[in-house]
Design a protein around this ligand. Structure first.
Ligand SMILES: Cc1cc2nc3c(=O)[nH]c(=O)nc-3n(C[C@H](O)[C@H](O)[C@H](O)COP(=O)(O)O)c2cc1C
Ligand SMILES: Nc1ncnc2c1ncn2[C@@H]1O[C@H](COP(=O)(O)OP(=O)(O)O)[C@@H](O)[C@H]1O
Length: 311
């Protein structure tokens, strides 16, 4: 997959079928849209492409509440690449694009830059200045200018509309056990292991700590059954998200205790997949009570892993 990070980088490319959207989370609705795009491109002998903005349009509109992302760009790109896409247009939502009228956007970006012959978008896709471009506008212009538009119906699972907003709310409420159903994968946080307070090993539960990025969607404080991947291997683990009130007053972080594991991971990259929330984080009277509770948390988590092996 070739990634273009600005419209200037796109010189002369082959004709494309483009999936239009923001694709944060690349959930099952997005996956269906992208699969149709890839299929159509193959059938027509064109290149398949996904178009997305590198910064969320809502985050540059004055007065709008900032939108937190589910995925970092490199994670999003990796998932999109696995769907068989040829080109990823990852374009900054700058002042020129923000103020571009819908019809200019079609002519100058979709047709001139992306060489778009067909497009797939959701029923609620909006584009152009003040979001005045709609699927109807695309269809009308498509007839005039000779490109095809396919508008997909709302994608639902068991009556629930699958959207990035819905998935953000699931994660934000700690309902991480439902993410697989709507995203086709577990909600995960990755990063480099940082040094903590070095208390974990003294109470029998060493943990690998990750810093939380508050510009991303984060799960609420609590204890979760997780997998932790390191060096290509996926280990059953248990994870605390929170501020460790029992031992002090810390910044929110993610710390995972990997079962049957005793390697030093400082500076290494790990990825924590969240399977289920088991309880809220609490302030205990002391480290001894905390340690007892963690022991029973681990028994419960190991049992969960045993029951749901390889999921
Ligand atoms: C499974 C698990 C559950 C935890 N639950 C709590 C909790 O409820 N309250 C709390 O204050 N700390 C909790 N912690 C965090 C511990 O306080 C922390 O792991 C320990 O103090 C070591 O911290 P360190 O890695 O910074 O050395 C939990 C940790 C784990 C691994
Ligand atoms: N079973 C394990 N699960 C998670 N991390 C582990 C485990 N065994 C060893 N480690 C490593 O031990 C260190 C954590 O020990 P700990 O005393 O909790 O210190 P910290 O406060 O820095 O997290 C980290 O480098 C971590 O990668």
């Amino acid at each position: 997959m070739i990634i273009f990070n600005s419209t200037e980088e796109i010189k002369k490319i082959e004709g494309t079928v483009v999936a239009l959207g923001n694709f944060d989370g690349v959930h099952k609705g997005h996956q269906a849209l992208i699969a149709r795009t890839v299929q159509a491109a193959k059938a027509a002998g064109l290149k398949s492409a996904v178009f997305t903005f590198s910064n969320h349009p809502k985050n540059v509109q004055p007065g709008e509440k900032p939108v937190k992302n589910i995925l970092y760009f490199d994670e999003k790109a990796e998932i999109i690449e696995r769907l068989g896409v040829d080109y990823l247009f990852n374009i900054p939502f700058d002042e020129r694009i923000r103020t571009m009228e819908a019809l200019d956007f079609i002519d100058q970006i979709l047709l001139e830059k992306f060489n778009m012959r067909q497009a797939y978008c959701g029923f609620n896709y909006k584009f152009g200045y003040k979001a005045q471009g709609t699927p109807e506008v695309l269809m009308r212009e498509g007839i005039k200018k000779g490109f095809g538009i396919h508008v997909l119906e709302p994608f639902q699972i068991d009556g629930q509309l699958v959207s990035s907003t819905f998935i953000r709310s699931l994660i934000g409420e700690g309902k991480v056990d439902q993410c697989m159903k709507y995203m086709g994968r577990h909600y995960a946080i990755g990063g480099e292991v940082v040094v903590g307070n070095k208390i974990g090993r003294t109470i029998g539960f060493p943990t690998s700590n990750l810093i939380i990025d508050e510009s991303m969607v984060t799960p609420p404080n609590g204890v979760y059954v997780t997998y932790c991947s390191y060096n290509g291997i996926r280990y059953p683990s248990i994870t605390n998200v929170g501020v460790k009130p029992t031992i002090g007053d810390y910044k929110k972080n993610v710390e995972t205790h990997i079962f049957n594991f005793n390697k030093e991971l400082y500076g290494k990259n790990i990825r924590v997949e969240f399977l289920e929330k088991s309880r809220d984080e609490r302030k205990f009277a002391g480290v001894e009570e905390l340690s007892k509770q963690i022991t029973s948390d681990c028994i419960m988590a190991k049992d969960y892993h045993r029951r749901t092996k390889y999921r």
